[in-house]
Design a protein around this ligand. Sequence first.
Ligand SMILES: [Zn+2]
Length: 67
Amino acid sequence: MKHRWGPKTTFEHKTERQCERCGMIKVSRSEHEGGRDRYWTEFYAAGGFDRIEGEGTPACEPAEQAA
Ligand SMILES: [Zn+2]
């Protein structure tokens, strides 16, 4: 399942978007280093504290809704 990314929040060196389904946070970072710009993306579990390791975009796995 693909994430449904919400509105972008822009900071000085990064932007954040949160998935409206599973709460995962996608962080796009940029840094000026050694005369050139670097860009990379990180993913954090809902809450924003636990970085998700691995290649590519983690799957969208919404938490079970309480019935
Ligand atoms: Zn998601």
